[in-house]
Write a protein that binds this ligand. Structure first.
Ligand SMILES: NC(=O)c1ccc[n+]([C@@H]2O[C@H](COP(=O)([O-])OP(=O)(O)OC[C@H]3O[C@@H](n4cnc5c(N)ncnc54)[C@H](O)[C@@H]3O)[C@@H](O)[C@H]2O)c1
Length: 367
């Protein structure tokens, strides 16, 4: 068993009295080393393990040796894992408090809003995105609230399996494990069959469809390790899908096709992972009119549709927006808070998996 595989096991054992984070220190392998870098530990707060080859034996040994007063585990020759503090929010209990959550595409739009909402509820949040500048800016904003829970930026390109693997490993080393991954990063390039070129189709498929597979593949590895040490610990893989994953979308097939496929992945991953108490669900929001995709003053879909004359009779951006809002029974676009409520629901609900949860104001209904 390598060190990165041991860290999430130790963190769950540290969490017997409530979820905590854990920090991995790669180059420290004795208590003196920990003391030198500022961890003030007594001898009985630190245990030392000599890792052998037998994975089952090592997990059993850890289960036996990690006690409620253990603050660090040193793996001889490999590194150390140090216990973090329990989040002690003034908020009443909520199901995301203390959980380690990755949000891909977390720098802006739905992802940025989800990161903010979950952080405010006491989750430790990894903002993972291609856009380093905006992602780091959001993390600084979260940290400025001075809450106890952690916020970290980790760069990722979800269209690259190695990059997703490295995002997961960095999360484990920085925070100790992973309880929820929200596969949110997505791109939209509209176009009918005459306009869509194969390279654009391939890019959208890579980010929107394969990106979700890469996230589930690498995240589930850590979650499975955690599931062997606590049979009450439920974890979540959540895909931000779309109403376009429930119904075809005219001249937007590359997007709708990837989102439909995402629901096939969700149902299949759910069957595979429920024995490990990993739930897998998609959330299918309606149009997020307030987000950059629609409202960006230069590149947003409202401006594009106005300029292209897509909405007959529309003279202003407001006319275009009103045209789309009228198609929603609830009379407005989907908001971050609507999606965040669905996320909290699926995390809280232990008896449901493999679902596509619509959050569309009634615009799409399941049959
Ligand atoms: N905007 C909507 O109306 C709407 C509606 C339903 C569903 N969705 C879905 O919500 C999700 C977020 O959409 P949004 O509108 O907030 O998008 P957005 O364009 O506002 O933000 C997307 C974020 O993802 C990041 N990103 C893009 N490609 C990436 C990659 N390869 N690796 C890592 N990060 C990457 C971007 O940098 C950006 O920060 C998408 O999956 C989208 O399909 C959006």
């Amino acid at each position: 068993m390598n060190f990165t595989d041991l860290v999430p096991v130790v963190r769950i054992l540290f969490s017997k009295e409530g979820l905590v984070t854990a920090k991995a220190l790669l180059n420290i392998d004795n208590i003196e080393g920990l003391r030198k870098v500022g961890y003030d530990l007594s001898d009985d707060e630190c245990i030392t393990i000599l890792p052998g080859d037998d994975k089952a034996d090592l997990v059993a040994l850890l289960k036996e040796q990690v006690k409620s007063n253990t603050k660090a585990v040193v793996f001889d020759g490999l590194g150390a894992v140090v216990k973090g503090k329990k989040v002690d929010n003034p908020n009443p209990y909520n199901p995301v408090e203390g959980r380690i959550v990755i949000v891909t595409g977390g720098a802006q739009g739905f992802g940025g809003g989800i990161a903010e909402e979950l952080y405010a509820k006491g989750a430790h949040v990894v903002v993972a995105d291609l856009n380093h500048e905006v992602g780091r800016g959001l993390v600084e904003k979260l940290k400025s609230s001075k809450q106890m829970n952690k916020a970290v930026f980790i760069p990722v390109n979800v269209g690259d399996s190695d990059s997703v693997k490295s995002m997961i490993e960095t999360t484990v080393l920085e925070l100790g494990g992973l309880d929820v991954i929200i596969s949110n990063a997505g791109i939209l390039r509209a176009g009918g069959l005459d306009e869509m070129d194969p390279d654009t189709f391939d890019l959208m498929t890579k980010v929107n469809y394969a990106g979700y597979f890469y996230c589930a593949k690498h995240a589930s590895k850590v979650m499975k390790l955690q599931s062997q040490v606590d049979e009450n610990h439920y974890m979540d893989i959540i895909q931000i899908n779309s109403k376009s994953g429930l119904k075809g979308s005219n001249r937007n097939f590359a997007y709708a096709g990837g989102k439909f496929g995402g629901i096939g992945l969700t149902q299949s991953f759910a069957l595979e992972l429920m024995p490990n108490r990993i739930k897998v669900n998609s959330i299918c929001p309606g149009n997020f009119f307030d987000g950059p995709l629609w409202s960006d003053p230069e590149k947003g879909l409202f401006v594009q549709y106005l300029n292209a004359g897509k909405v007959p009779g529309a003279k202003t951006i407001e006319d275009v927006q009103a045209h789309y809002e009228k198609q929603v029974p609830a009379g407005r676009g989907c908001r971050v808070a609507d999606v965040a409520k669905a996320i909290v629901y699926v995390i809280n609900q232990e008896y449901e998996t493999g679902q596509a949860v619509p959050v569309t104001g009634g615009q799409e209904m399941l049959n």
